[in-house]
Design a protein around this ligand. Structure first.
Ligand code: URA
Length: 422
């Protein structure tokens, strides 16, 4: 076998065998296949796609390229978000479902580009440890039902290397490559059921609904092929989720949501994903799961579990750090808000210091943007549209206002949950 023949075969539209895909992945990992050859191969996939069978084979090869974690429990439910702006869902959802007896043993990522990451957000809690040994991780899940850390172990090294190359070769948006990348990591981390929040819209990885459905179907198929209950919820990411975009301010919003006082969109999303997770984890009907989720969201049990979890990981939630300065951006007119561009708000939050452009950038966990209105709301001229929390880097009024569009006519609130595929 040789890489040039394989690239040639792909170029002619012929199907690749599992052995050929294995040869490419192994060769790239051991260095015999070079970056320029692999990028030619990935570009072919980006342009011509992969069949369902090839995608399933590629996922399996990537999954087996490194360690897999066996947590020793059989009702672990994992949740994954494809990333968005203001997405603090995991911080609410994880303790909420854990308070109902679903085991949460979760690895999360850091923010990159315009999207935030759960691990950064949690690190704004003083003392909170985002890494631990696998033994401590298992013990904590056993004792209190929840542990959440950054990536650990040598899981899916093939994805680490291939993803880094995709990032600089314009091949991040290929549907089969996204599906195999996400699912290989989910399958390697030991969950028995997987719930994926697939964001669709201007602030998301995928902005086209047909492509999002194709990706969702593919991920669900891969999950089922591996005997995992898998559901994919397509959710709107045209405007940011909730009101807070940053790190510590998102944790504050997550806490308020767990106290039953969160933004409507975030609360609705938590209830929907929570219902799917609890139904899968406890093997009960969705109707029953929905009742349980709502109960623990509003009776304080989810919040109590969060306190227990944060304490177990060394954190002190009593005082979250906030930036030194704040500035109000007022509305230039009366009208209904018809657009808040999630992508641009995410980039502005990063410009304040809340996000990073490269993996090694340091970020300011205290800064961010708080929206005071959402799409569909009426705002009067002179009212504060958004509050900027900042330290050394500022934003101009124009920068924030350029993210907004207004309408004189009433605007419908966008539908948050677009579809569910399982
Ligand atoms: N997230 C991943 O883990 N992989 C992708 O390819 C895209 C998003």
């Amino acid at each position: 076998m040789d890489i040039l023949n394989i690239i040639d075969k792909k170029e002619k539209g012929e199907k690749l065998t599992k052995e050929e895909l294995q040869y490419v992945v192994d060769g790239y990992l051991d260095g015999t296949i070079k970056d320029y050859q692999m990028s030619a191969f990935l570009t072919e996939i980006d342009l011509l796609g992969l069949s369902e069978e090839e995608t399933i084979d590629l996922t399996d090869i990537m999954l087996k390229s490194g360690e897999t974690i066996d947590l020793g429990f059989n009702n672990i439910v994992d949740k994954h978000s494809t990333g968005g702006v203001g997405d603090k869902t995991t911080i609410v959802l994880a303790p909420l479902v854990a308070s109902l007896g679903v085991k949460v043993a979760k690895m999360s990522g850091r923010g990159l580009g315009h999207t935030g990451g759960t691990i950064d957000k949690l690190e704004s809690i003083k003392g909170f440890q985002t890494s631990m040994t696998l033994d401590k991780f298992k013990d904590q899940v056993n004792e209190i039902g929840i542990a959440l850390v950054g990536q650990m172990g040598n899981l899916v090294p093939a994805d680490k290397k291939i993803y880094a190359l995709r990032d600089v070769t314009g091949t991040v948006d290929s549907i089969p490559l996204i599906a195999s990348s996400i699912m290989s990591k989910k399958l390697a981390s030991g969950a028995s059921s997987i719930v994926i929040d697939l964001k669709v819209g201007s602030g998301a990885l995928v902005n086209n609904l047909d492509e999002a459905k194709e990706l969702a179907n593919l991920m669900v198929k891969i999950g089922h092929n591996n005997n995992k209950k898998t559901a994919c919820v397509l959710t709107n990411m045209d405007e940011p989720l909730g009101y807070a975009i940053g790190n510590s301010i998102e944790v504050i919003e997550a806490i308020n949501t767990l106290k039953g006082d969160g933004p409507k969109d975030l609360t609705d999303l938590v209830i929907k994903l929570g219902t799917l997770m609890v139904a899968a984890g406890l093997n009960i009907s969705e109707e029953e799961a929905l009742e349980k989720v709502k109960e623990n969201l509003y009776n304080g049990k989810g919040y109590e579990k969060m306190l227990e979890w944060v304490k177990a990981q060394g954190g002190d939630i009593t005082s979250l750090p906030i930036a030194k300065h704040s500035k109000e951006i007022t509305s230039p007119k009366d009208g209904y808000i018809s657009k808040i561009n999630a992508l641009e708000i995410g980039k502005l939050s990063r410009k304040l210091g809340a996000g990073r452009l490269t993996k090694d950038d340091t970020i300011d966990l205290t800064v961010g943007i708080i929206l005071n209105y959402k799409v569909g709301d009426f705002v009067s001229k002179g009212k504060s549209l958004a509050t900027i929390l900042y330290n050394d880097k500022e934003l101009t009024n124009e920068e924030i206002l350029s993210c907004y569009e207004f309408s004189e006519q009433k605007v419908e609130k966008p539908k948050l949950i677009i579809d569910i595929i399982k």
